[in-house]
Design a protein around this ligand. Sequence first.
Ligand code: SAM
Length: 360
Amino acid sequence: MLAELFLDAARACRDSPLNRTLLVAAADDLVRGGVTARVMAGAECDRRGAVPGLRFAGAVHRLVLEGRAPGLAEHYPTVGGEPRLATLWQDALPVLHAHADELRALIGRSVVQTNEPGRSAPLFGGLQVAAHLAAEAAGRRTPFPVRLLEVGASGGLNLRPHRIAYRVGDEVYGDVGSPFTMDVRWTGRPGVDLSHNVRLARRAGCDRHPVDVSTEEGRLHLSSFVWPDQKLRWERLQAALELARLDPVPVSRANGPEWLADQLVRPERDVLTVVWHSVIWQYVSPADRAMGRAVLADAAARATATAPLALLVFESRRTPDPDRYDFQLLLKLWPGGESLRLGAGGGHGIPFTWDTQPWS
Ligand SMILES: C[S@@+](CC[C@H](N)C(=O)[O-])C[C@H]1O[C@@H](n2cnc3c(N)ncnc32)[C@H](O)[C@@H]1O
């Protein structure tokens, strides 16, 4: 039932009192057949994985960002407001009534695309580990340069892991001169020398619904899915959008497994090919998961010490507490077939604990 999915989304927003309050009130309104039912008409049978609650909250946020909900905007820190949770819903109601049809159309065609630049931090560490291990296995003295292939890249904001400065206490890794610095809140370290930046030979990404961040529409779309009272995430996103303006990388419109099959058609020598995905698995159909695995197994069988292949993923796993997810960074490397769990962290990639273990 839709109201239950809204309450699920509200629980997931435990770091966003604003979204949580909005979603709990909207769930109650749904049960009573209020204006939220009109806004959500057509989405009644949405799958859990389509997270209708977050699409609702994102659509409302978008109206605020566009300056079309001035009364409600006073609650939204992303436009200079301050949340007053006790009056949030009463200020949201006139907006829902005034824009119900437009919101319904927007929610109907949108998919959740929280392209989160914080995930570049585990990606950066994971790439370093993969490039070192592959070099060791090939008897090379220097780490491999990387060909990075991202499935489900959204706006491609994680296709620049080498252009970010990662601050850990007093140390800075990556591109130390970058205009985009992240405090990554690491416990432990990846266990390889991070004093040199990772070298990216090529980058490419695909998404079923790519976001063109070179357009105002694309930037607005991604911004709307940031939880409005999460200042650090908002600042990270704006910094990553600016980096994308300086260093554009287009994202292809394609379904993951087919695109990957094309990219991996023949092994490339003297680079480590890394297939990367973060927080997409829950949105991928069982058929596409099976095909993705088959494409990768095929490419893995063709990998050699001088044309190695890695799978690096940052995905969630349910914990015994049904409201908590654990996001793990996993690495597989071929031709050797090593499988490692490199660590785990928050869903946005920050904070993160490095702790390498075998992964079976
Ligand atoms: C929650 S977003 C995560 C985006 C990005 N990976 C990140 O970590 O910031 C999930 C993305 O996966 C994409 N996606 C889902 N299924 C896909 C598929 N079969 N092929 C390509 N992209 C897919 C969606 O369109 C969406 O952009």
